[in-house]
Write a protein that binds this ligand. Structure first.
Ligand code: FAD
Ligand code: SF4
Length: 506
């Protein structure tokens, strides 16, 4: 009897749960669904990456002798949805059962659970993560405050990564305080490693160029790896050229340098071309064999073993309500500059320009430039969350939403982050070279030449004083605000409002 095994576009791992115990005669179904490419208008490069990686994966399975029923986006009879294609495939193959790996999005899982195909459906856990959703729920149960750091320590103990017996390597769990340096001119950033497009990718580039011309983002240069082999090469290059400096310059930003010392592997991890475990083990080996220092390796592993697992746990425990959170009652429409990049704020233009060109920007640009601005401006969480889901090649809701609602926009009221990630222009100036070539003056607090981040920062604190004043991590700025008279506060608020009201919206 035939088993039909569905593989989704972010499940491109040979060992993914649905592909285990394959038997002779089984059929693997892969679907390019229009609904998934357009429910938000994804960046063109993100669509190329996913479709090309899917087509390459299907070829690899076929090369093993596996039967793959692959439905292309432009196949005449493609119904446009995964469930529609599953129904058609059940009629074609008459399987005794359908097996799939649990999808990474709440909406899609709910659809599958409600689906009646007339045959048994088995939805297997996605065990490519270090912690199952049950493991995270068990950790979270009964805790008053969830903090990534404590979850991460348990993960270190459970995986034995960077452990010396029951103690953390180097005697410390966290080397964050060593990891906040600005990029000096004397330090050379490694060359970004891009991959030339092969025939399959060229065909997809053409398809996407024609079909999704009105989507955000440039199609070229398309440099992402689309096979596991190339993703492993990208990882090796990162480990050799960038990891030793990853920690020290983790928060640094520089004009014309989107990648700095970051790995740019998140699309590969999220689509399944690389697994989190192999990446962490490979990074740990660099420390053990003394090719990379502990602050770099610990900082890197924490992102994957800590943050990546943590946000996934939060997502599955808190959805669907999590998507509706808006603790700060933010309602401003997303300014048009997020799409056009057309702004005099050099930091914003740089972050959005890199995003347009590469479908990538590194964490601090997402958090402290575009995220910070949206938070200070009071942009509605749903609108900024959709922007992040659209524009990055690595964006899948399970990882994007908690990063936006929780870490970046404080929409969950502090469940994920202990304080809102806000800053004035001073932080951006400290961590980048952006302010030197900006029309605004980062040192000025008010007036037409003043850096907008400065008055927006204080206006935000004034606006949310009732909610945030008692937060110990914001004690310092609120002490400063106590010394301001009401007239000063009103003037700063008015300047911020006037600036924001002057921004075009769609
Ligand atoms: C507002 C906002 C939105 C984000 N949206 C996404 C998203 O849609 N998809 C996504 O994968 N990451 C997202 N992140 C997290 C992070 O910015 C990216 O994972 C990272 O920039 C990817 O680039 P990299 O591979 O060079 O990462 P590196 O800095 O080299 O880090 C290595 C790996 O650690 C993991 N990682 C690092 N930080 C995080 C984090 N906060 N959450 C989860 N994993 C993390 C990623 O898998 C990354 O590849 C978001 C962060 C913010 C602040
Ligand atoms: S001066 Fe302000 S707006 Fe300009 S780059 Fe610096 S932080 Fe950004």
């Amino acid at each position: 009897m035939t088993t039909l095994r569905l593989v989704l576009g972010d499940q491109l791992t040979r060992d993914v749960a649905a592909l285990r115990d394959m038997a002779h005669g089984d059929v693997v179904l892969m679907v390019e669904a229009a609904a998934e490419t357009t429910y938000v208008k994804h960046h063109k490069q993100k669509i190329v990456f996913v479709l090309s990686a899917m087509r390459h994966f299907a070829e690899e399975l076929r090369a093993e002798g596996i039967t793959v029923d692959y439905i292309k986006l432009d196949d005449i009879s493609n119904t446009g949805s995964i469930s529609g294609e599953l129904q058609r495939a059940v009629i074609r193959h008459k399987p005794s059962q359908v097996i799939l790996t649990s999808p990474g999005e709440w909406r899609v899982l709910s659809d599958f659970r409600a689906l009646d195909l007339g045959v048994a459906i088995e939805i297997r856990d996605d065990d490519r993560f270090f912690a199952s959703t049950e493991r995270f729920a068990q950790w979270a149960e009964g805790r008053k405050a969830w903090r990534m750091e404590f979850f991460y320590r348990e993960m270190r103990r459970e995986t034995d990564l960077l452990m010396e017996g029951d103690q953390p390597a180097g005697g410390q769990w966290n080397f964050d305080s060593d990891n906040r340096k600005r990029l000096p001119k004397s330090v050379q950033v490694p060359q970004h490693f891009g991959f030339p497009a092969d025939a399959i990718t060229r065909e997809v580039l053409e398809l996407v160029g024609e079909t999704f011309a009105d989507h955000f983002g440039d199609l070229a240069p398309f440099e992402w790896a689309v096979t596991r082999t190339d993703a492993l090469r990208a990882l090796d290059t990162f480990l050799r050229d960038a990891l030793p400096n990853f920690g020290t310059y983790q928060d640094a930003m520089a004009t014309g340098e989107p990648f700095v010392f970051h790995a740019a592997i998140s699309p590969y991890l999220n689509a399944g071309l690389l697994t989190p475990r192999e990446v962490c083990v490979a990074a740990e080996r660099e420390y053990i064999e003394k090719r990379a220092p502990l602050n770099a390796v610990e900082g890197f592993i924490r992102q994957i073993l800590g943050w990546r697992e943590y946000v996934r746990g939060v997502y599955w425990l808190k959805m669907p309500d999590y998507a509706e959170t808006n603790a700060l009652d933010a309602t401003r429409p997303l300014p048009w500059l997020y799409w056009s990049g057309d702004t005099d704020m050099h930091c914003m233009a740089e972050a959005i320009g890199q995003t347009r060109r590469h479908a990538y920007s590194h964490h601090i640009q997402r958090l402290m430039v575009t995220g910070n601005f949206a938070l200070l401006a009071g942009v509605a969480p749903k609108q900024i969350a959709e922007w992040y889901l659209v524009v990055y090649a690595d964006a899948y809701e399970w990882v994007e939403l908690p990063n936006v609602q929780g870490m970046s926009q404080f929409a969950d009221g502090g469940l994920l982050a202990s304080k809102p990630y806000i800053s004035s222009g001073a932080y951006i100036d400290r961590m980048s070279d952006f302010c030197k070539s900006c029309v605004y003056d980062v040192k000025l607090k008010s007036g037409p030449k003043a850096c907008p981040f400065n008055y927006l920062y204080w206006a935000f604190l004034i606006r949310h004083a009732a909610l945030l004043r008692s937060n110990p991590r914001l004690a310092m700025p609120y002490r400063t605000l106590e010394r301001w008279d009401e007239g000063h506060k009103a003037a700063v608020t008015a300047e911020a409002e006037a600036f924001l009201d002057g921004l075009a919206v769609e």
